[in-house]
Design a protein. Sequence first.
Length: 480
Amino acid sequence: MRELTSRALDTATALGATYADVRVVRQLEEAITIKSGRLEGVAGGESEGFGVRVLVDGAWGFAASHSLSTAEADRVAANAVRIARASATAIRRPVVLDDRPPAQGRYATPVVEDPFAVPMEQKLADLMAADEALRRVDGIAWTESMYAAQRDEKTFASSDGSYTEQIITHVGAGLEANVIDGDEHQRRSYPDNGGLWASAGYEHVRAMDLAGNAERIASEARELIAAPPLPAGVRTIVLHPSQLYMQVHESCGHPTELDRAYGTEASYAGTSFLTPDMLGSFRYGSELCDIVADATVPGGLGSFGWDDEGVSAQSVPIIKEGMFVGYLSSRETAPRIGRRSGGAMRADGWNRIPLIRMTNVNLLPKPGMTFEDIVADTDDGLLFETNRSWSIDDRRLNFQFGTEMCREIKGGKVGKLYRNATYTGITYELWRSMDAVGDASSWRMWGTPNCGKGEPGQTGHVGHGVSGARFRNVRVGVVA
């Protein structure tokens, strides 16, 4: 790899690049899906290649190839320089990078049991056992159990002296039960809609105990189909961690991406209401609201040694005691707000240019109340659990979420079940209304393996740590 990366960097600088970096990536993937006791599909794949990114006359150029040879390194580097030089004729603002120190070293996701070494027969047996347990409950229309794993072996080198090697391993698994009554369809998932993902090995899948939770989940799906719809109104709501992490993702993570705030996502996924002039002066949430972007958290899908610009993993304050204090940033965008990169640049493969992506955007726990204490302390409210649907505007300001489960809280006790439950609001109004946050006992990492961004589109793996929280005066339900 050193021969290939050195050749690409030497060629790029010789042709006029003031900065160049190269990423060599080998990606392994596998996935299994079981539906209603039948093997729906087994898929596996391997992809390998490298991409060269250069700066010429203040503009970026990027090119990539699947052929790992020194001759191809010359061709790709030269092509990236040509693209950058052409781009420089139309730039509005020359790129200026921060002065991060050269990165050196190796990093690997801590893995107890290599998921790619576990026999396929074992994985199939685990999923089949869970799917069978789902189907023991009468009235289930169909079931689904899934497992997937991805491993990226990445080498990064840059013209300013960086050279790193990383092995990032992600796994996910989950199950769901579906019930139909006429034109009404209800779904119940475990541990999360689409499965629970983590930076880990197969031990993560074993710890979920899919088969042991299957009958409970299927029974809840049966309950949902007979439950009444949630009446519209203004209520106190408690968000279970399985829902709160999605609220963080959509209304905290995306609007704090600095490239988005500067408009580079405007044609695809929108902009942000959190503009740079608000930094340090805007009250985003209540004083209980502390949010960080932390790429060092064990198990997080956004955890690594260095990002794809060679910036070390770090914890960056985003919201501090309710005040907006930071962004997810890159070496290019951070200097525009007088800071250094927070290490949030990642690409989803060797043939894609890195973008600002969430790392692990976490709502920090607060000592004093467990999640169970928050429920017990709620005299009249609603408990929302497991995301079912979401909608949010291009500026990440006005939102609506629907959940699989919603139960009424009366006198601190969880009771009546509602179906098709939704809640809606304005981002900063919701977070300002937060009056309770769970402590560390219920805090855990959740993963989003399908976060879309960029043109051409890229799929990012990002993480969120939450412990559950309570919000006052939130509009719920749909007005007839």
